[in-house]
Design a protein around this ligand. Structure first.
Ligand SMILES: O=P(O)(O)OC[C@H]1O[C@H](O[C@H]2O[C@H](CO)[C@@H](O)[C@H](O)[C@H]2O)[C@H](O)[C@@H](O)[C@@H]1O
Length: 333
């Protein structure tokens, strides 16, 4: 990573233009590209336009791919239970994971992400990194009390790391409480993400939002060891431990054998506020490619950008093609 991304605005805006619509909306009218987005792209170039440069930086290093789920592998939709991944995206993730170690780190429960993705050979981390399946246990710097050996149906060994284990009984109680407190507010949907709780308000009227936030905050006032974070039309209740998606990324890198290693090139792609913790880790380590998925200019620690899940798919497809073509010269799984 090292250097700041070079300005590639002209080619970037052209590629964005071409990618989305061929430069024209389906009405035949030229597509207007927001000027502020184009300026933002100067600071956060497209990971597709910068692909060759990225590959040059990655040469001789082990690429490891980290992906967020909602808004990255699946588009944001109004019903959280219907955030399905397309077959094409699944194929792109499968191909990438057959070339490089690949992990999906999500705010959802680990089981739910697996149900959406349904791919073997991928590491899954749910509850914002508080429930992570990693490689089989070797010596590592993490508390063994939170790590358990486990086996899949084919007898492959892996490790489950759950640093918020002792919070589970409290999360269960809060789940019941938050449902009771919010049931009279039309449109609220409470999602059990195992170690955290999502309170969705996408379908709540603006005039009811204040009451919802107040109910959640009142509940949290009685649970000092939990706190609130905000995502896309969602309030997220999380145990107050020093653990986030960035820590899960570090845990996976270490257990994959890349603790403080200059031989690794981690790529992290995510769209939400909680992904910033992972971008920050890559910036601090000074390695890899932090990529934000966004259609609008945003304050971010990411250095590169992709416009939408469909661009994520193109990026992954390109990466796996490069991985397959260079199987003899690159480190592989
Ligand atoms: O870390 P992620 O995998 O991005 O998970 C973050 C939250 O994603 C989901 O909610 C978001 O996506 C929904 C489906 O597109 C959308 O309806 C909702 O408004 C978004 O906030 C998920 O349902 C949450 O539990 C996750 O915390």
């Amino acid at each position: 990573m090292g250097m700041k991304p070079r300005s590639e605005t002209e080619s970037m805006s052209k590629s964005r233009h071409d990618h989305a619509t061929g430069g024209y909306a389906i009405t035949g009218e030229p597509v207007a590209i927001d000027q502020s987005y184009i300026s933002w792209l100067r600071e956060h170039p497209s990971a597709l336009s910068s692909f060759n440069r990225m590959i040059n930086e990655a040469k001789g290093k082990q690429i490891v791919v980290f992906l967020d789920y909602d808004g990255t592998l699946s588009p944001i939709v109004s019903d959280p239970d219907s955030a399905f991944m397309s077959d094409q995206m699944r194929e792109a993730v499968r191909d990438v994971s057959s070339c490089f170690p690949t992990a999906i780190i999500s705010g959802r429960s680990r089981e739910k992400v697996y149900d959406f993705v349904k791919l073997e050979g991928v590491y899954y981390s749910g509850s914002h990194g508080m429930d992570t399946i990693g490689p089989a246990l070797k010596t590592n710097s993490y508390d063994k009390g939170y790590q358990q050996r486990s086996f899949d149906n084919e007898g492959n060994e892996f490790t489950v790391f759950q640093p918020a284990q002792e919070f589970l009984p409290a999360v269960k109680k809060m789940l019941t409480e938050v449902k009771e407190r919010t049931q009279s507010i039309p449109g609220v949907a409470v999602e059990d993400n195992r170690f955290c709780i999502s309170v969705h308000y996408r379908h709540v009227k603006d005039e009811d939002y204040g009451r919802l936030e107040e109910e959640v905050k009142l509940m949290l006032a009685n649970h000092a060891d939990f706190h609130l974070t905000k995502g896309k039309k969602v309030l997220e209740i999380r145990p107050s431990i020093k653990w986030n998606k960035g820590d899960a990324l570090k845990y996976l890198l270490e257990t994959l054998g890349f603790h403080d290693s200059g031989d690794v090139f981690p790529i992290y792609i995510g769209d939400d506020q909680t992904d910033e913790d992972a971008f920050k880790v890559l910036r601090e380590r000074g390695e890899g490619y932090p990529i934000l998925v966004s259609t609008t200019p945003r304050d971010t620690m990411a250095l590169y950008s992709l416009h939408s899940p469909s661009e994520v798919q193109s990026f992954l497809t390109r990466l796996s093609r490069w991985g397959f073509d260079n199987a003899d010269t690159t480190h592989h799984k």
